[in-house]
Ligand binder design. Structure first.
Ligand code: HEM
Length: 372
């Protein structure tokens, strides 16, 4: 699916696109450098993007990130494994017959339930969570100004609803703390300072926006590999201990986030091109992950690829906070599916609908049949 990016990378690893007014960066080394150098390449965006970690630079970013890191260490996340496992089993218990849609029956509800429980949101609010997180990551229907305006209004509406929603939950938890992330964040301090309400709300919204659709796509893309490459399926059945390295290779091969944006803060060079302060830069993870100067046989799905320095969770100070959670959910979800079902096949009579965004790699439906 990323052939076009590979062609562009070979033609010109860094290029200016006049129609979109931005630089595109395709080569692994350049992508890595832009992610690493957060001083020259800023993440700060307009107010419409919301106030959150993803769109902050140091020192504000460092303070906030230090505070929330504790809740997301691999050790803290590992403790969620039994609960994630039981959510996955329950979802599969609800499947009747010998077919299901991986996206709607399994890969979508799983991360939504996990994140709402982690935050401590009441169960009855889950349907809203799903609707809100969908709107936050939805892209415009086309490139027209009207479509852009429509999506911006929809997004602002969802942001307002979410802000009110989390405000009320924060008030409840401030009075009566529970064993959940919101209560923990309310208590957290750094250098004697607590998080402001605005930062807390921004962070909760970010978790929905950054964590749900990405993890849905990781799980679905994993199932996609299993159906596209039956030999990988057989190997996984024979050696389930390869599932962690399978998940890493799924992330490299079909990255849920294909492109990441930055703004240059000063005049600089990327590759042999001169970039001006204020220029917008799009770095293409989908191209970097398939760069043959970094990966041997990049178009081969290699279950045993080692090392596998893909950039699907980014790199540097903004490296995905939820990576341990996404990896754990991906592993548990795939293992649960493989334990239950044999001969997983894509139903070919229905067309697959790609997610209409060049920044995200995934499909809206993935109907399968299987033998129990
Ligand atoms: C940041 C990818 C799952 C929370 C990022 C970034 C990427 C990414 C590429 C860096 C963006 C940048 O540099 O501008 C993914 C993928 C996921 C995933 C591919 C699933 C497979 C999650 C989950 C959560 C999460 C499950 C939380 C529950 C975040 C947060 C940030 C982030 C809070 C911002 C970190 C910062 O700016 O310091 N993610 N993500 N992500 N992700 Fe994820």
């Amino acid at each position: 699916p990323f052939d076009i990016l590979s062609v562009l990378r070979k033609e010109a690893p860094v290029r200016y696109d006049r129609t979109r007014n931005c630089w595109d960066v395709f080569a692994y080394g350049d992508v890595h450098r832009v992610l690493k150098d957060s001083r020259t390449f800023s993440s700060v965006r307009g107010a419409a993007a919301g106030q959150n970690l993803l769109f902050m630079d140091p020192p504000k970013h460092t303070q906030l990130r230090d505070l929330v890191n504790k809740a997301f260490t691999p050790k803290a996340i590992q403790e969620l494994a039994p609960r994630i496992q039981s959510i996955a089993e329950q979802l599969l218990d609800q499947v009747t017959g010998e077919e299901m849609d991986i996206v709607s029956d399994f890969a979508t509800p799983l991360p939504v339930i996990v994140i709402s429980e982690l935050l401590g949101a009441p169960k009855e609010d889950r349907a809203h969570f799903k609707r809100w997180s969908d709107i936050l990551v939805e892209s415009a229907e086309d490139v027209s100004d009207e479509a852009f305006q429509k999506i911006t209004e929809k997004r602002m509406g969802a942001m307002q609803e979410l802000t009110l929603y989390f405000k009320s939950i924060l008030e409840l938890r401030a009075k009566q703390p529970q064993d959940d992330l919101i209560s923990a964040l309310l208590k957290a301090e750094i250098n004697g300072e607590k998080l402001t309400e605005r930062d807390l709300i921004g962070f909760c919204i970010l978790l929905l926006a950054a964590g749900n659709e990405t993890t849905t796509n990781l799980i679905t893309n994993g199932v996609r590999i299993v159906t596209e490459q039956p030999s990988i399926h057989s190997e996984l059945n024979l050696s389930p201990e390869t599932i962690p390295s399978f998940i890493e290779e799924v992330l490299r091969y079909y990255p849920p986030i294909v492109a990441i944006g930055r703004i240059a803060t000063e005049n600089t060079e990327i590759g042999s091109q001169t970039v001006q302060a204020g220029d917008q830069i799009i770095i293409w993870v989908g191209a970097a992950n398939w760069d043959e100067s970094k990966f041997t046989d990049p178009d081969k799905f290699d279950l045993h690829r080692k090392p596998n320095p893909h950039l699907s969770f980014g790199f540097g100070i903004h490296f995905c906070l939820g990576a341990p959670l996404a990896r754990l959910e991906g592993k548990i979800a795939l293992q649960a599916l493989l334990d239950r079902y044999n001969e997983i096949k894509l139903q070919t009579d229905q067309p697959l609908i790609p997610i209409p965004s060049s920044f995200v790699f995934g499909v809206k439906n993935y109907p399968i049949t299987f033998v129990q």
